[in-house]
Design a protein around this ligand. Structure first.
Ligand SMILES: Cc1ncc(C[n+]2csc(CCOP(=O)(O)OP(=O)(O)O)c2C)c(N)n1
Length: 570
């Protein structure tokens, strides 16, 4: 049977068909839908873990315990899981273990561009790279077979276009896999130096066997063409090559690492010009050069962002990457988003704001312009401490969300308390992981399947971490919020303010649209500074309210000094 599936749905389907028993992830675009779809299969124990390191370890444990397990994350998520990943390469597994990583070339929704194929070299792990949803399903099953045969975690590298493109995919039924036993093998699973030295030898031998496998893998396939131009390509780039040069010869590398050196050399001998087409880093290109093969490589400008069919011709012709015109559409907070309240206040207070990763990062954009750093998850706490050490007389406020605090903020708060840091951290608790589309997390009291579970008590947690003050406030009362932040900043203390107000994706209630009396309006434009999608400037600096967009949060009525915008109690 064939069904229309996205790449992420296809990974979930392939995992289910492969008899996967356990799957763990922390959300992150473009990978999020993998676990959301896995969770639809009742046979699989699926969980949102608190972060990627935890997710990786739980899934690894299940694999060591003998069940086929899957871990999924976005590229930066793998950074968080690198510690267990590097050593799990040494221990190996028992039941198959597949690590799905979705890279985000072009940074559609990420803070950097990483090419995860390098993790194959760095971690000494095999990497499979599908070109579309059909292959994603196939490769995930293949990855489990390789994992068990070679006793290794296997990386499945996806990219945004593979994850989110749809294709009609051949599907089949689930095949249950017998659990394997957990063997008390200390030399294999206890990585103290003595044992790890022995395991490193095993890993190197495994790599040699995997290299031999790469030569035999049918997914490293040659498509013979006219013989003049020969492309070496992988992943989504394969589709662009086929569209741009349907007549050319192609070596498609489904196994990104280790390389099939003999197949590559043989292919290069059959064509006049070898062109490498790959997104991001020159991963294949560098390897071919190391093999002594003359290649037409892309200009360095192509290392940034995605490729596309039109770019393939430019690469062949040795051109630089040209900018593709896109219509700019500024991302902004939803109408009524509770985060907006906090940033209107923080902007007014002119404090430095150490931000974090979440919807609130949008506050860095004008006109709100009130968030000044965003590095990685957790820095909404740690940078308060670091910036405070450098700028002792300045007021720094940290801001991060509930999901991010649980992911990586807790240890930073303990560190701040332990090292006697002072400052204010605001946890914007909208009771959801909003940025990635609204996933549950330990603060929401619901599991990935929306079943009730233990709910984390943020107040008690922050107190135990060592915060001197823990306040909870509904910051839609902006005057009260400003007063509280001002007071806490004035104290010589480490304070956490839990600003609690539900995300508009959860709280869909709408209140009446405010009344606007144009005669009272002084055209000052202050209401437009809150960057609400329901407000637009019209002629002469007056404004119009879009009643379809407005949810009646009344923030504009709070900032209007002239009574032109009024709460409508009707
Ligand atoms: C290490 C890592 N994992 C996952 C992500 C993807 N990601 C970006 S923001 C975000 C959720 C933030 O949720 P929360 O802190 O609750 O803030 P909200 O978006 O709800 O305001 C996630 C999961 C990431 N950027 N980095």
């Amino acid at each position: 049977m064939r069904v229309l599936l996205s790449g992420n749905e296809a990974v979930a389907r392939g995992a289910w068909e492969a008899g996967v028993a356990v799957a763990c992830a922390y959300p992150g675009t473009p990978s999020t839908e993998i676990l959301e779809n896995v969770a639809l299969y009742p046979e699989i124990d699926a969980q949102w873990s608190v972060n990627e390191k935890v997710a990786y370890e739980v899934a690894l444990g299940a694999a060591m315990g003998g069940r086929r397990s899957l871990f999924a994350c976005k590229h930066v998520g793998l950074n968080v899981a690198m510690d267990p990943l590097m050593t799990s390469s040494y221990t190996g597994i028992s039941g198959g273990f597949v690590v799905v990583v979705c890279d985000d070339p072009q940074m559609h929704s990420s803070q950097n561009e990483q090419d995860t194929r390098w993790v194959g070299i760095f971690g000494k792990l095999p990497v499979l790279e599908p070109a579309g949803p059909g292959e994603a399903r196939e490769f995930v099953k293949e990855a489990f077979a390789i994992s068990e045969e070679y006793d290794t975690p296997v990386l499945l590298r996806m990219t945004t276009r593979v994850s989110h493109t749809k294709e009609d995919v051949e599907i089949s039924e689930r095949v249950e896999v017998e659990p394997r036993p957990f063997v008390r093998d200390v030399a294999k699973y206890v990585m103290i130096p003595k044992n790890a030295r022995g395991r490193h030898v095993v890993v190197e031998a495994r790599m040699a066997r995997l290299q031999a496998l790469a030569e035999r893998m049918p997914c490293n396939r040659v498509e013979e063409g006219c013989g003049k131009l020969g492309f070496v390509t992988a992943g989504v780039s394969y589709n662009y090559v086929k569209e741009a040069y349907p007549e050319a010869s192609v070596l498609k590398l489904g196994m990104a690492y280790p390389f099939c050196d003999e197949k590559i050399a043989e292919f290069a001998g059959t064509v006049e010009q070898v062109v490498v087409v790959e997104e991001l880093d020159p991963f294949i290109e560098d390897h071919l050069k190391a093999l002594g093969i003359a290649v037409t490589a892309k200009d360095a400008s192509f290392r940034i962002g995605e490729l596309g069919t039109a770019f393939v011709r430019d690469i062949v012709e040795g051109k630089k990457k040209h900018a593709t015109p896109v219509t700019a559409r500024k991302p902004l907070f939803c109408a009524g988003c509770p985060h907006r309240f906090a940033f209107v206040v923080l902007k007014k207070m002119r404090v430095y704001v150490a931000g974090d990763i979440g919807c609130y990062a949008l506050a860095s954009l004008p006109p709100l312009s009130s968030l000044h750093t965003c590095i990685c998850m957790g820095t909404g706490v740690t940078l308060v401490e670091g910036l405070g050490l450098a700028m002792r007389d300045e007021r720094v406020v940290g801001v991060l969300g509930d999901s991010t605090f649980v992911h990586s903020g807790i240890t930073g708060l303990i560190n701040a308390a332990y090292n006697k840091a002072k400052g204010v951290v605001v946890i914007l608790d909208n009771s959801i992981t909003a940025m990635t589309g609204g996933q549950q997390n330990p603060t929401t009291g619901l599991t990935i399947r929306n079943e009730p579970t233990k709910k984390l008590d943020l107040e008690k947690l922050c107190q135990s971490c060592g915060a001197d003050n823990v306040d909870v406030i509904d910051h839609s009362d902006i005057a009260a919020f400003e007063k509280l932040v001002t007071e806490r900043l004035a104290e010589d203390a480490l304070s956490v303010i839990i600003a609690r107000s539900p995300c508009k994706m959860i709280d869909r209630r709408r209140r009446p649209v405010p009344a606007y009396e144009q005669e009272l309006c002084k055209q000052c434009g202050l209401c437009l500074q809150i960057d609400c999608p329901a407000l637009t400037a019209i002629d002469d600096g007056f404004i119009a309210i879009d009643g379809n967009v407005c949810v009646g949060c009344n923030l504009c009525t709070d900032v209007c000094r002239f009574g032109a915008l009024k709460k409508n109690e009707a």
